[in-house]
Design a protein around this ligand. Structure first.
Ligand SMILES: Cc1ncc(COP(=O)(O)O)c(C=O)c1O
Length: 429
């Protein structure tokens, strides 16, 4: 008889063939077997309410019937062509009509790739080299993006330090690091440095919101210094609003990057921007010297595009974003209330559609502020939630449209258990 494989068996197998026992993304101590709607199950059959949702893409939940139909319709027609296809063209059209800065779109396969090309595009357009990036800002895994992503030592701004081995020293010279939410710091950098091509920013940096006027201030500084503004909307695009953070906050960047939701759970991402900038992907218009060579086997993949298009069609329906926000607000309030009632210092941070808790009473506006939070309490809280059937990342809770009243009731009970665990830990200190 064949032996049934437990989760522990799979973990042991993974440890043999995968460095650090995993794919590099998430806790390798859990193996997800399947997902349906708002729930996922691990390889031991334990059920969880899913607030990780694939790190953002599964905004409609797992196995949404309309998305499945769209995918099943496309698959027999062909899964990958490397050539233009109608689904990809329709997806580009929909992005252009939804996203304020998007006049043209170029597809890639991952968000990090989109960010890498956005930076390169800004250099090609401006003829300058340097990039301003914010400490703690996440833009994928390119060499530039690894600069001061999650530094554990403090250096003076604007010095960049790599968070990965294997990056040549010269990359740090091209990246200027600024603290998030400090307009004066960016203004002074731009007045000293003449070679800046772009500022790249997450309009909601991880879970830290921009202060009122901050994004508009960045826009004004970019205009003043002829520097391009890149919004990394890999997470916020089609989540904070249908037109992303740029629609919600009313600030239009020159270029934005999109991923996650636009691929409906399949590998697809994009960069989009003004036509005169995007034309640097067209050699016939800009000439060989100013042209960005860009291609990729899976770019504009028709299955991914079909899934993304259907996801976006569902999101356009009346009330979708109101429902998402209301669900997120309920999740936010239930945790805030329980922690407040227990007298635990904390701060809720983010947007109703994605947020998390930092265990500190200090107002957090940047990466260094976030570092002052009590990480031990954070780990305890997240571990207790997991034990009680909640699946989320240690740094974010993603609301989804699949969450229903049963999920909220289960989450409420889990939150109470996790808050009790925190109270016990605090008492024992
Ligand atoms: C803001 C932001 N930018 C870029 C990326 C990279 O996207 P991907 O993982 O698809 O490369 C992520 C991934 O989570 C992200 O959150």
């Amino acid at each position: 008889m064949r032996k049934i494989q437990t989760q522990a068996d799979w973990i042991a197998r993974a440890q043999q063939v995968l460095p650090a026992g995993g794919f590099g993304n998430f806790d390798p101590g859990i193996i997800i077997r399947n997902g349906q709607g708002s729930r996922v199950w691990d390889e031991d059959g334990r059920e969880y309410v899913d607030y990780l949702i694939g790190s953002g893409p599964m905004l409609l939940g797992h196995g949404h019937p309309e998305v499945l139909d769209a995918v099943f319709e496309q698959i027999p027609q062909g899964m990958s062509f490397f050539a233009n296809n109608t689904k990809g063209i329709e997806l580009a059209e929909e992005i252009c009509s939804a996203v304020p800065c998007a006049e043209q779109v170029r597809f890639v396969t991952s968000g990090g790739e989109a960010d890498m090309y956005a930076i390169r595009l800004a250099r090609a357009f401006t003829g300058r080299n340097k990039i301003i990036k914010f400490e703690g800002g996440y833009h994928g895994m390119s060499a530039e993006a690894q600069m001061s992503l999650a530094p554990n030592r403090r250096v003076n701004f604007p010095q960049a330090i790599p968070d990965s081995a294997g990056i040549p020293d010269t990359v740090a010279e091209q990246v200027l690091i600024a603290p998030f939410n400090d307009l004066a710091a960016v203004a002074s950098l731009l007045s000293e440095q003449v070679d800046v091509a772009a500022i790249i920013v997450e309009p909601l940096q991880r879970i830290i919101p921009a202060l009122p006027g901050y994004l508009a201030g960045l826009r004004a500084l970019c205009d003043q210094h002829n520097v391009l503004l890149i919004f990394d909307e890999i997470v916020t695009g089609f989540r904070l609003a249908y037109g992303g953070a740029q629609e919600l906050y009313g600030v239009t960047p020159d270029i934005c990057t999109l991923g996650k939701i636009i691929g409906g759970g399949f590998p697809l991402a994009a960069l989009a921007g003004r036509r005169e900038i995007m034309q640097h992907f067209d050699k016939s218009l800009v000439g060989a010297d100013k042209w960005l060579m860009q291609l990729g086997t899976l770019s504009g993949n028709p299955v991914a595009a079909a899934a993304g298009l259907k996801t976006m069609q569902v999101l356009r329906r009346d009330g979708a974003y109101d429902t998402l926000r209301a669900t997120g607000r309920t999740l936010w309030d239930m945790q805030h209330k329980a922690l407040t009632a227990a007298g635990i210092d904390h701060q809720m941070l983010g947007d109703a559609t994605l947020f998390d808790i930092l265990f500190t009473d200090a107002k957090v506006v940047d990466y260094r502020g976030a570092q002052t939070a009590d990480a031990r309490l954070g780990t305890l809280y997240n571990d207790a939630l997991r034990q009680a059937g909640i699946f989320k990342s240690p740094g974010k809770l993603y609301a989804s449209l699949a969450i229903n009243a049963d999920d909220l009731a289960l989450t409420q009970a889990a939150v109470e258990t996790a808050v009790d665990a925190l109270c016990n830990a605090v008492l024992q200190q």
